[in-house]
Design a protein around this ligand. Structure first.
Ligand code: GLC
Length: 511
């Protein structure tokens, strides 16, 4: 009996030791795992760092690449596309015009009434709808038929007959937010798709004609009179309200910029014979690349697994289509180091499941227990009960990724300002050295029109971008550069340009 008791006691003691050992082991593993997770975040922070010196290198690289892209076709990753837009709206435009915007996430149709005096956009109606995902990879005909049908419904809802008789022919400005080699102000060939679109049979075709043909298939009597990029529409609206607007930037699903280039720079570089006037150039900066960009292994993987590897590198670090997925990749990496993400299957492996607005919601969660972060992790990624310290780290990851994106976008903007000599340094084209310290330079007021959900809806992104602009430009120059948000500029701008082109019909010839 005694032996049994002793045996039992010994057995219990061994079991207790084992349990204790397992618990200690688990605690040690957790602690080591926690350290490794911390390291993941620290490394991310180190690689993503964008001190002002580095941003200035990006500024210089952007200005140099712009110059190279203008000088010869294929001279840079920057396409520097000529738009044939010389005249930005003056304010004298009058009448009712339609606009259609095919961009990233949404598709919009607009009717804009112009009153003929500066800032007299009497009114505009908009119909917005998401682009059905299957259409993004379907055929040209399917996509353009969908667009034409939506326009037909919209036109049918709003045209009043008396207005129509005054309008005579209906005219439409088409904002097509992808790289296009313009043939004229109203036509152009699609160079490539970006932002997840992949419709092979449209590449190389005149997208204006594709739309015009779809409109006639749907028996809709509208003439496509302007074909523009969304950046150009934004510049048009910005300039309509404020003549000092020389640059426009989109920071939404994708990112890009355009600016007003001096006629002499274009003649010299592109051999345009009759261009004696300035012209808007679509930079297509989404494809910008420089060794100064702070690139992580997450960026490399995202790019390799994307439908367009080695393409749109700058866009993949900045725009709304990608930021959420960079964060998802970092969280996935964290989950491989620590078991608090649960043993079960999560959605962390699903590409693009963490959309950027959800990431922004986590980043801007101000509740003390980070409730929103917990909700997104549980509802979207199917990871319940993540401890608070890990949730804090996830907020940090969002912060690092967004801060890098916003600061790089700021450097891009200053790069353009430098190219046109509005950054206070004399400009890259002029070849002037930076003015000697203490010497006064005359600085002109320059407005940058900006549009896109990432900038307008994500407060911290906006704060970081503005802060970086001020840091790069310095306190003497920064007050002269004004960032102004335009609303629906990419759409309204197309109507405005269709209107201004109704009045003028200047044609360029290319040598
Ligand atoms: C992508 C497109 C570009 C567009 C931008 C913003 O970068 O290539 O044309 O302007 O997205 O929508």
């Amino acid at each position: 009996m005694g032996k049994v008791v002793v045996g039992l006691a010994a057995g219990c003691a061994v079991a207790a030791c084992l349990v204790a050992a397992v618990m200690v082991g688990r605690r040690v593993r957790r602690r080591m795992g926690w350290r490794r997770v911390l390291r993941v975040v620290e490394e991310l922070e180190e690689v993503c760092a964008t001190p002002v010196d580095r941003l200035r290198q990006v500024v210089d690289a952007m200005a140099v690449e712009m110059h190279a892209g203008l000088a010869s076709e294929g001279g840079s990753k920057l396409k520097m596309l000529l738009t044939y837009v010389h005249d930005l709206p003056t304010g004298n435009e009058k009448g009712t015009f339609y606009a259609l915007h095919l961009g990233g996430t949404n598709f919009r149709v607009l009717r804009v009434q112009l009153g003929g005096q500066r800032s007299a956009i009497i009114g505009h109606d908009v119909d917005r709808q998401p682009i059905p995902e299957p259409l993004m990879t379907s055929t040209s005909e399917e996509l353009f038929d969908f667009i034409a049908s939506s326009l037909k419904v919209f036109v049918g809802k709003g045209d009043d007959v008396s207005e129509l008789s005054k309008m005579g022919k209906r005219e439409l400005g088409f904002t097509f937010s992808f790289p296009v080699k313009q043939i004229s102000f109203s036509s152009g060939l699609l160079i490539k798709w970006t932002k997840g679109f992949a419709i092979e049979d449209t590449v190389g075709r005149d997208v204006s004609q594709c739309l015009q043909q779809a409109l006639s298939r749907k028996e809709l009597d509208i003439q496509v009179t302007a074909l523009i990029n969304d950046t150009v529409g934004t510049l048009a609206v910005g300039h309509y309200h404020d003549e000092d607007t020389l640059v426009a930037v989109i920071i939404g699903t994708g990112t890009n910029a355009c600016y007003l280039e001096r006629a002499d720079a274009i003649i010299k570089c592109q051999g345009l014979l009759t261009t004696s006037r300035d012209m808007v150039v679509n930079v297509e900066w989404g494809n910008f690349w420089s060794s100064h960009l702070p690139r992580t292994s997450y960026d490399v993987d995202l790019d390799a697994e994307s439908p367009n590897p080695n393409d749109q590198g700058f866009e993949k670090m900045i725009s709304g289509m990608y930021l959420g997925d960079i964060v998802r990749r970092v969280i996935l990496r964290m989950s491989q180091e620590l078991d608090v993400f649960g043993p079960g299957p999560s959605k962390l492996h699903v590409p693009f499941i963490l959309r950027t607005p959800l990431m922004a919601a986590m980043h801007e969660d101000e509740s003390p227990d980070l409730r929103e972060v917990a909700r997104v992790l549980k509802d979207v990624l199917e990871i319940p009960d993540v401890p608070l310290n890990i949730r804090k780290l996830i907020v940090k990851v969002c912060d690092v990724v967004t801060c890098r994106a916003a600061r790089l976008a700021a450097a891009g903007i200053v790069g353009i300002l430098k190219k046109i000599g509005r950054d206070g340094s004399g400009g890259v084209a002029s070849g002037k050295a930076r003015p000697k310290p203490g010497r006064k330079i005359k600085i002109k007021r320059t407005v940058v029109a900006i549009e896109g959900g990432l900038y307008t809806n994500y407060t911290l992104f906006r704060v970081y971008l503005n802060e970086a602009m001020a840091q790069i430009l310095g306190e003497d120059v920064a007050p002269y550069v004004i960032i102004k948000v335009t609303e629906d500029g990419s759409g309204i701008g197309a109507a405005l340009l269709a209107a201004s082109h109704s009045a003028s019909s200047v044609v360029d010839t290319v040598l």
